[in-house]
Design a protein around this ligand. Structure first.
Ligand SMILES: [Fe+2]
Ligand SMILES: [Fe+2]
Length: 414
């Protein structure tokens, strides 16, 4: 830990004490209601549950606001600060060792953020709006701004700032605000309308749902990392197509965006684009690295890569619904492609898009036996093959993208 971070942590701790003293001039800790004990225990149990159940723990920060939202409407800001400070402590020790200064930093940060959020709630209700829901939104925003700014400040001071970009920081911040606020409102209404037992039931459901969701995301991320490692192997085998899959995925994303398909369908097609040539790892190096135009036999072997890719991945449950996109990415609209000779709309939509983005990359990067095409040549090549190799509707889209200048950097590269 460098000197700047030490000073920052000391200042934060002093600020926390001053904050408590200031709040205690206005609010009291003397009356301990059942609500205080209830929310404190709920938060304490939740903060330790992930450790106890051996889940990845990011729980104390992510679930503390939703629990504190209903608490803020019932308990004074001084108690909210204390509840956030104590309630988010991971008291089950032994499995994960957190240095004491990190422990204190997190506690003080959550205390200050929660106390300030509760103050904003009290102030805005009556002064700015008479609506509880809107006041709670203000408090959620304040909570996350304080929380995220302090975390960001420590990362910055510790010299790890290159690891986090402003864009990621703000998008994460907004996502957290809205998700936590939404969950907080659900908990608020559960508590107010149906009582404590129902409130606890909803927390358990949110908790389980959240962990299932995160473990799925984690699984997808690790899977993508494995696939991307495969791609590096393909790239290293075939220097002419270096970066090919990544570029094709980018073009595919642009095409998906202008044909206006649903977000999750778009992600599936783009993911398939990233790995569309994975079957090339089975193709002989001499064919893959050949600088000459391929012979008929060599080309027949090369053509098998879409089938190889499909076979390689078909046993992976998470992917097998989308693998046809890879299998048919060299089918032609007029039925003269491979491996099956599918025609027109028989070819999956994702494969028709992929065929265009794949060909666009080949046209603009060129090969040893074929020079890269410029903008005009690429447009006329797409027009020439429209309805033959390519889906005419999608040809219009790629031409639109080329003419609008969206793909200009691809031409400069060539
Ligand atoms: Fe291919
Ligand atoms: Fe390709």
């Amino acid at each position: 830990m460098n000197r700047n971070v030490k000073v920052f942590l000391a200042v934060e701790f002093i600020f926390f004490l001053v904050f408590i003293v200031m709040l205690s001039n206005v609010y009291s800790l003397i009356n301990i209601s059942f609500n205080i004990i209830f929310f404190l225990m709920t938060l304490l149990i939740l903060s330790n549950l992930s450790e106890f159940l051996n889940f990845e723990s990011s729980t104390s920060t992510s679930i503390s606001l939703p629990v504190l939202i209903p608490a803020m409407t019932l308990i004074n800001p001084l108690w909210i600060t204390v509840i956030a400070f104590i309630g988010t402590s991971e008291i089950i020790v032994g499995q994960k060792k957190i240095p004491w200064y990190k422990f204190m930093f997190n506690r003080c940060m959550l205390g200050i953020a929660a106390g300030s959020a509760a103050l904003i709630f009290k102030f805005s209700l009556g002064n700015i709006t008479s609506n509880i829901i809107i006041s709670l939104f203000f408090s959620a925003v304040v909570y996350f701004i304080i929380n995220s700014s302090l975390v960001y400040a420590v990362i910055y001071l510790s010299g790890e700032k290159q690891k986090i970009s402003y864009r990621v920081f703000w998008s994460e911040l907004f996502k957290s605000i809205f998700v936590s606020y939404f969950l907080g409102l659900i908990l608020y209404f559960s508590y107010v309308e149906f009582g404590k037992l129902f409130f606890l039931l909803v927390i358990i459901l949110i908790y389980i749902g959240r962990d299932i969701f995160f473990s799925r995301i984690q699984l997808l991320n690790s899977f993508t990392q494995v696939i991307e490692s495969f791609l590096k192997v393909i790239d290293s085998k075939d220097h002419y197509t270096e970066g090919h899959c990544e570029r094709v995925a980018n073009y595919t994303r642009l095409l998906c965006e202008i044909v206006n398909i649903k977000q999750n369908r778009k992600e599936k097609i783009v993911n398939m684009a990233k790995i569309h040539d994975i079957g090339k790892i089975y193709v002989d190096d001499n064919i893959l690295k050949s600088n000459e135009l391929l012979t008929k036999e060599e080309f027949e072997e090369m053509k098998k890569h879409s089938q190889y890719g499909y076979e390689l991945l078909k046993d992976i449950d998470m992917l097998n619904d989308d693998l046809e996109i890879i299998l048919y990415h060299h089918e032609f609209y007029n039925g003269e492609g491979y491996p099956k000779g599918l025609k027109g709309k028989e070819i999956p939509f994702g494969s028709r898009i992929l065929n265009i983005s794949d060909s666009f990359d080949v046209m603009t990067t060129g090969r040893s036996y074929k020079k890269a095409l410029n903008k005009e040549e690429t447009i006329s090549e797409f027009k020439r093959c429209s309805g033959e190799q390519f889906d005419p509707d999608l040809v219009e889209k790629i031409i639109y993208l080329i003419e609008s200048g969206e793909l200009d950097s691809s031409f400069k590269k060539s």
